[in-house]
Design a binder for this molecule. Structure first.
Ligand SMILES: *Cc1c(COP(=O)(O)O)cnc(C)c1O
Length: 565
């Protein structure tokens, strides 16, 4: 296809902020917005112009490869980079670093039930979809801004990340050895999965650091936020180390925009395979934490992808489900609950602010009121019109920890397709909320990242109950191998009966027995094979072991020590 005919992409978008601090028209461009991360005044950047594709234009994008599509969407959003540069950077971002040609393939498990697999990147969770892309653009943005003598980019950048597990590794992998950037990740000591920990502490690269923090994720995040807020420390970094702080979490628009692309890609894959007629509606169910992923689906809808309803799926930390059902966001008295889907264990969803900005018709006064109330009273209620707008496009439900594990087992037994606990939440909520439309269930992690809970699910062991003694020493890759072998993951089709999983669970060292029909791996093969980068973790050398106190001071000291070492 001749993409030239479609390229009505020749403009530069600028960015507004959700709190109304930046005067319209005088806001930053894309490159400035991504190196800044957060907007002045504490708000978030959104593009002033939201582009709109016609159905014809959308249909014409079907033949494009994933990086070509990403490039096209970026240009439609008016990024301030030369067309050829965008093409080249997308070619780097989405390449052999993903283990599937489609990058984010859609699998059809039953008629009108499709699964969007977002875990084919290097760290096996969906954060790679954005964090293989943002760092490439970040370095190029610094180069470009420097060439333009822009004062925002005269120093190099130090990216600080507080992570509950997936973001940290994905950010390390994306920024490792990337020009003009350094990255230090802080994780709660004892608060991440075994695989997640190994992934982080074995990270290669000269510009990376990793520290455990005593306390939970909130302590860790508060400490890191304190460092961003400390002006003296920022001044010292600039004067002695020529570094500026920046952020790689989903408050950065450079992480949102890449996520819009896979929703366009998913719709077009379904059209190409004849599962959907171009123009027919699709509902999307997203396992939600910080509201980034589902917000990207909303922007894809605004862009013109025929998406009808957005299903917001929560775990026990169901603040968003309650919000969508009542119009009140309330974290007074809401306990933080640890679940098998830790990346959704979040009570303050930072990207909801962007969604509310859009649903209020970009009313920054209303956003300031809501956000100040949330800070001061720990709750706010949206007005009636905004609530109606929300209800017209979103519905929500939540799934308990044990239900999520039961769902893993049900889906495996029905489809011989193994899903992780986050995806299980999405699957179950889609089952409950779906109507007539086909549904796209968003799958955010490979099961092998959460092997212990997947084992519990298959063996029918409840959350919190003890694991069999013979498994006590099995962790990480070894446990995953055990699961894959004992349940013939990806090797058999149509295991008969509902109790096979429980039986297999007690065969600690044995083979899975003969009841599953041996067949060549079919459509489940991609999900079944344990990604090689997870499989080799047990033997990778550990580079980082330091654990620090959960205070801004301790984080600052760790940063200085790391810079001077
Ligand atoms: C981050 C993450 C989520 C939540 O995504 P948000 O964009 O924060 O809503 C869900 N599942 C997995 C596996 C994740 O890593």
């Amino acid at each position: 296809m001749d993409t030239q005919t479609l390229t009505s992409t020749n403009y530069t978008n600028t960015y507004l902020d959700t709190r109304g601090v930046v005067a319209p028209g005088s806001g930053p461009t894309f490159t400035e917005a991504i190196v800044k991360g957060i907007a002045p005044g504490g708000g978030l950047f959104v593009p002033q112009i939201l582009p709109r594709l016609t159905l014809d234009e959308l249909a014409a994008l079907a033949p494009l490869s994933y990086p070509e599509l990403a490039s096209y969407i970026y240009k439609r959003f008016g990024v301030d980079m030369p067309s050829g540069t965008v093409d080249e950077l997308m070619g780097k971002a989405y390449n052999t670093n993903f283990d599937h040609e489609a990058v984010a393939p859609v699998r059809t498990l039953e008629p009108n039930t499709h699964v969007l697999e977002l875990w084919h990147g290097p760290t096996s969770a969906f954060k790679d979809m954005a964090l293989q892309c943002l760092p490439v653009f970040f370095s190029a943005a610094v180069d470009q801004l420097r060439a333009q003598k822009n004062p925002q980019a005269q120093e190099d950048f130090l990216i600080l990340v507080a992570t509950s597990g997936d973001t940290g590794k994905a950010a390390l992998e994306g920024f490792a050895n990337r020009e003009h950037t350094n990255i230090i990740v802080f994780y709660p000591d004892g608060g991440v999965s075994d695989i997640q920990l190994k992934q982080m502490v074995t990270q290669l690269g000269d510009n990376v650091g990793v520290f455990g923090v005593r306390g939970n994720f909130d302590d860790c995040q508060t400490a890191v936020k304190g460092v961003f807020a400390n002006e003296d420390f920022n001044a010292k970094l600039a004067s002695t180390h020529h570094l500026r702080l920046s952020s790689a979490n989903s408050i950065n628009w450079g992480r949102l925009l890449p996520q819009v692309v896979y929703y366009v890609s998913a719709y077009l894959q379904l059209v190409k395979r004849g599962e959907l007629l171009c123009g027919n509606p699709l509902d999307i169910c997203v396992p939600t934490g910080n509201f980034g992923n589902i917000l990207a689906a909303w922007y894809a809808k605004e862009l013109g992808v025929p998406i009808e309803m957005l299903f917001c799926a929560s775990n026990d930390n169901r603040v968003l489900t309650d919000f969508i059902n009542t119009g009140t966001y309330d974290i007074t008295d809401r306990p933080f609950i640890l679940t098998p889907s830790p990346s959704m264990d979040i009570l303050v969803s930072s990207n909801l602010e962007r969604q509310l900005f859009e649903l209020t018709g970009r009313n920054s006064e209303a956003i300031c009121t809501y956000m100040n109330k949330l800070r001061d009273e720990r709750r706010f209620t949206i007005d009636r019109e905004t609530f109606a707008a929300l209800r017209a496009q979103f519905s929500a439900d939540w799934v308990s920890a044990n239900e999520s594990l039961t769902t893993i087992r049900e889906v495996f037994e029905a489809h011989n397709y193994l899903i992780d606990p986050h995806t299980a939440v999405s699957w179950k909520v889609a089952e409950r909320l779906r109507g007539q439309n086909p549904v796209l269930v968003v799958s955010t992690a490979h099961w092998a990242k959460f092997g212990t809970d997947v084992y519990r699910a298959l063996a029918g062991i409840e959350v919190g109950a003890e694991l069999p003694a013979e498994l006590a020493d099995l962790t990480g890759a070894a446990l995953n191998e055990f699961v894959a072998e004992n349940w013939n993951v990806g090797k058999t089709v149509g295991r008969a009966g509902g109790k096979a999983a429980g039986e297999a669970g007690s065969r600690a060292s044995g083979k899975a027995g003969g009841e599953g029909a041996e067949k060549a791996p079919d459509k489940t093969a991609g999900a079944a094979a344990i990604p090689s980068r997870l499989a080799s973790l047990d033997t990778a050398p550990v580079r980082f072991t330091e654990v620090i106190d959960g205070s801004a001071q301790a984080v600052e000291q760790a940063v200085l020590d790391w810079l001077e070492s």
